[in-house]
Design a protein around this ligand. Structure first.
Ligand SMILES: [Zn+2]
Length: 578
């Protein structure tokens, strides 16, 4: 018996490009690799390998799998032989039982990050122009020290030469995103001639870096890629430092960049944090609301800042409730918190924060500005626009109050507006499927590209395992659909094994009948843009399933009532469900 977590770990660290690249000719195509399929005859490559998912798929013959699967198919190995081959490529022994399981390698990666951070801090002390730049930006030595700011020299191999002498060391650099691998297998430094900002996790360990170009280098800001240590959708820059500086966090200010966080801290405002090149996700908000009920979003005064604030609002809606204060601050055009606090000082910034507008006012104000409020059509349109937003707010006092002010704005009674909003939810959800039509429907869905919610949720989880970390699996209680059991198992797996990859999940279900089709779902293309919010999509799928489950239960109870009668419990249940 090979311990499952050894297999998980092996799969998450194995480089599928390396495994396949030794056996077939791979060509880079965007973020993936292509090849002529080794499993069927073809002239034009339809065999695609995704290094991030650890997964290959052929659009021609449908062959697909992980590095382990490839070794089994291509080299005709057994499962255990494939594991052994992969382990020996990576220089680790296969443990035979729980007792001789090796320690996870994450410790090595964390200590590597720490060493590189220290190295870059030393480089900063030796580089006059980098020090000058920081001084120019108003960052003093104490602030630089507090945030561990450093400098990555203008070299293609500074980190590589110092920390990547052996091939295993270079692999570790690659795993932490500090170097990039070229097509010819050679590596080079990712960060060159940049001011470096370590990104720390809740325990203060460096998990990634943000780099600001010192000169005119492009891009101006460069972050570590997603790695086993660093998940952009979850991490908040400055949170660790804020928790170090403050005994108690009364409020948090969410800004756009690390320069904003550092500049505010330099002016004594120690409670700002930044997302890292992504919109504010619900994971971010979960972490924030665990620390404080008082959150201020301060974005740039330009259009992009406004758009970012709106995204933050949309993601915050499911989390608003009484007692939580969410406000938005828009600085004057051409200003960000960094430039603003440097020009006007901390008192002015604090005043701007105190004068921030409440979430409800921002929401109603933005919607009103999109319609002509002087006409009845305009008001109806505003109610229409508000529907999906209001319906994302959990029921409670906050939602009631928002509906009331919305009703005020459109000049309707709150009760009437609520009916309109309620009506909308019903109309938006899809009718419960008739099991007899299920097969037909599924076929139609696969051709029309509108997959069922279960299928879509599983596809998202396979492609973005981290998006399931915060899901409440209880939402699926009482939902009876083909595949829901599998969906529930998948959610529980990604939650107990937070570092599991696409390939890891596929391997988990390798010997399972239910999982036979997972490989096909993993091969479905899902959006891969930086700001695609898989977690939000997943929550939407689960909500859709939960709503359908409730509807079906109501229909069942009504039907039962018609045919016989309901028990007292069932009567109470139907009242609660409606
Ligand atoms: Zn093929």
């Amino acid at each position: 018996m090979i311990p499952q977590d050894f297999i998980d770990d092996l799969i998450s660290r194995a480089d599928i490009i390396e495994v396949l690249g030794r056996r077939i000719q791979l060509k880079k195509a965007g973020r993936e690799f292509k090849a002529c399929c080794p499993f069927h005859d073809e002239k034009t490559p339809s065999f695609t390998v995704s290094p991030s998912k650890g997964f290959y798929h052929c659009f021609g013959c449908g062959a697909h799998g992980t590095a382990i699967g490839f070794l089994m198919e291509f080299d005709h190995m057994s499962f255990v032989e494939a594991i052994e081959a992969l382990a020996s490529m990576m220089g680790v022994d296969v443990p035979r039982d729980e007792s001789d399981r090796p320690a996870r390698r994450y410790d090595e990666l964390f200590s590597l990050m720490g060493s590189v951070e220290k190295h870059w801090q030393a480089c900063l002390r030796d580089n006059a122009s980098a020090v000058d730049y920081l001084k120019q930006r108003g960052i003093d030595g104490a602030t630089a020290k507090r945030f561990g700011i450093g400098y990555a020299p203008d070299s293609w191999s500074d980190v590589l030469d110092k920390f990547g002498k052996t091939s295993e060391a270079a692999e570790r650099l690659l795993a932490t995103g500090l170097v990039i691998r070229k097509d010819n297998g050679k590596h080079y430094d990712r960060f060159r001639d940049r001011i470096m900002f370590p990104i720390r996790d809740a325990r203060g360990r460096t998990i990634g870096f943000g780099g600001r170009a010192l000169g005119d280098g492009e891009p101006k800001y460069l972050n570590s890629p997603e790695t086993v240590l660093f998940h952009k959708g979850r991490e908040l820059y400055g949170l660790y430092e804020a928790r170090q500086a403050l005994r108690q966090i009364d409020q948090l200010v969410v800004v756009e960049g690390y320069m904003d966080v550092v500049a505010l801290s330099r002016h004594g405002i120690d409670f700002s944090i930044a997302t890292l090149g992504t919109a504010t996700t619900s994971d971010h908000l979960d972490r924030i609301f665990r620390l404080t009920d008082n959150v201020v979003f301060s974005f740039d005064g330009d259009r992009a800042g406004k758009a970012a604030a709106w995204r933050a609002l949309e993601n915050a809606l499911p989390q608003v409730r009484e007692g939580r204060q969410i406000r938005f601050v828009f600085l004057p055009e051409k200003h960000d918190p960094d430039s603003y606090v440097n020009e006007y000082g901390s008192d002015a910034f604090m005043q701007a924060i105190d004068e921030g507008i409440a979430l409800s006012d921002f929401l109603i104000g933005e919607l009103s500005s999109q319609v002509d409020m002087t006409t009845i059509d305009g008001k109806a349109r505003l109610a229409e626009l508000a529907k999906p937003l209001v319906n994302n707010i959990p029921p409670g006092v906050y939602r009631e109050l928002l509906i009331e002010s919305l009703a005020d704005t459109v000049g309707l009674s709150a009760a009437k507006l609520e009916r309109m909003l309620g009506h909308a939810t019903e109309k938006q959800s899809r009718p419960a499927p008739n099991p007899a039509n299920e097969g037909k429907r599924r076929r139609r869905e696969s051709t029309s590209g509108r997959p069922s919610a279960v299928r879509r949720a599983i596809t998202l989880l396979l492609n973005y395992p981290e998006s399931g970390h915060k899901l409440d699996v209880e939402m699926l209680a009482g939902v009876n659909r083909p595949g829901v059991d599998l969906l529930r198992d998948l959610i529980e797996t990604v939650q107990t094994e937070p570092n599991i990859t696409t390939a890891g999940l596929l391997e988990r279900w390798r010997h399972d009948d239910k999982g036979r089709h997972l490989g096909k779902l993993a091969a479905i293309e899902v959006p891969a843009e930086e700001d695609f919010d898989a977690s939000a999509e997943l929550v939407a799928c689960l909500e859709q399933l939960a709503a359908a489950g409730r509807r079906e239960r109501i229909e069942f109870l009504i039907e039962k009532q018609r045919l016989s009668s309901l028990t007292d419990e069932e009567k109470a249940e139907i009242r609660a469900l409606r």
